[in-house]
Structures are given as C-alpha cells and as structure tokens.
Ligand binder design. Sequence first.
Ligand code: ATP
Ligand code: MG
Length: 281
Amino acid sequence: ISPLLSILYIHRRMYREAAVKKEEYQVLEELGRGRFGTVFRCFHRTSNKFYAAKLIEKRRLLNEDRRCIEMEAKAMSFLSPHPNILQIMDAFEDADSCSIVLELCQPHTLLDRIAAQGPLTEPHAASLLKQLLEAVAHCHAQGLAHRDIKPENILFDEGNKLKLSDFGSAEWLGEGSSMSGVVGTPYYVAPEVIMGREYDEKVDVWSSGVILYAMLAGFPPFYGESAPEIFESVLRANLRFPSLIFSSVSAPAKDLLRKMISRDPSNRISAHQALRQSSFH
Ligand code: ATP
Ligand code: MG
C-alpha cells in the first residue's frame, strides 16, 4: 500500500480496504476540476447521503503535489469538526488513485458570488467575515496556517454556511520558528511573503482583510495587469477607500480593514482580535 495518504494510518477509523470502500460510493456528475483532481458528486449507499468526492490519479503526481494532497487530508481531519471548515468524511487509496470524500457544498464559491452580485451589503459581508474568521482563528489555535485564503477557496453548504476549503498549502506553526516560501495567490498574498521574509500565521489575517475589502468594494484593494504588477501594488500596501464606494461603508468596517491589511505583521491584529471586531455593521 502506498503511503501517500499516511493520515489513514493515524486516523484508523478512516482506514479500510479501498476496494471495499469504493463500492460504498456511487459516483455521479462532475462538480469541478482542480490542479490534481476532479471533484464529483457522489452518493453514499450505506448512509443514503450525498457527498463530494475528489478523485486524484496518482500516475502524474510530482512529489510536491503529493505533499499538498497529504497535507489537505491531514489538515482537514485534524481541524474537523468545525462549523466553518469543510469537513473531510473519508479518504482511501489504491495503486492508481486516491479519493477524498468531502461534505457536499453548493457549486458557487465566494468568488462567483462577488462576480455575480458586485459589492455585498455590509451586513452580508460582516456575516461572511465572521464565519471566515471563526475558521481562521480555529486553524491558528490548532497550530496551522492556511496560507491560501482566497474567494475561490470559500464554499457554502446547502444551508448557506461558509466553509473554508483547500488546505493543500497549509503549514504547521513551529514553536518560535517562522515559515518561508512563496505560496498563495497574487491579489491575496501578504507583503512579507512576497519579500521572501520569514512569516507567520498573520498572513491569513491579511488575506482575510483583502477578502473583506473585495466583498465591500466588488474589487480587490491591490491590483495590476500582471502578477508582478499586483505584487508591486501589494508591497506598496497603499490602502485606499474610493469615496464612490466607501462613502456608504461604516467607520468601524474601515477601521477593521486598516487593522487587518496592515503592512507590518507585528502591527496587524490577530484572527482572534479581528473576530471580536467583526460585527461592525
Ligand atoms: P486548485 O488547487 O486549483 O484550487 P484543487 O485541486 O484544490 O484545485 P478544489 O478547488 O478543491 O480542487 O476543487 C475543484 C472544484 O471542485 C472547486 O472549484 C469547486 O467548484 C468544486 N468543489 C470542490 N469541493 C467541493 C465540495 N465539497 N462541494 C462542491 N463542490 C466542490
Ligand atoms: Mg481550489
């Protein structure tokens, strides 16, 4: 048996013969495609419930990809259950593929919601921010940084509850040590990551602040024509509130944006502190 999903050995409840487990699921239509795998809606015969199954072909995976997949399963099962973190239900693998069974969400991410509706109302944005920060604060309290918080990775379940997903870039917070390495997505990535400095879990607070801005404005605070241009804009960290949009945004919301999108991570508030200020509307 390949050790790719070594988490299966740690969480023994998840481990049974892949062949037996596969039989329990009926694979239905495709829901989406990611870098490594394809996500299908599926029906679990024993529980009579629908889930999302991510199927990954092992053939073309690089070592780095394997790390992402393993981290995704490991982080999710470590953080579960939490009302705002996408729940992993099951995982199994055979010689050719591995499968991760997830709780089923709506097909539209937060990105689709912002693209379709433009700016969200302040109460709507506040409610989503609070749920996002609940998830982020939980990750940090458990010793994990997500490192790729962006609207594409924010899903909603059938009851419209926010679910943070995609833990493939997550990293453990070392005791007293910092992380390095460029991960994340240009619009949402924190300046200290671009500068190649060591950084900590505050990168997730920056990204969450950028998401709050994008929800209120309908566009991100730092942008450019290309990735290098976006990075330059992030490094300047010149946070502006164009009056056309922001004249109707409350002072406490702007105050929270300034505290979350603070260039210096040591002046940036923690996820836990931000959570306490998240009912600003
Ligand atoms: P990438 O790293 O490129 O984002 P990925 O390998 O992480 O890709 P996902 O983003 O997890 O893949 O999944 C691909 C798509 O499948 C998502 O954009 C979403 O549309 C859909 N999807 C993923 N998980 C679920 C889920 N639990 N319920 C419903 N749809 C889902
Ligand atoms: Mg994704």
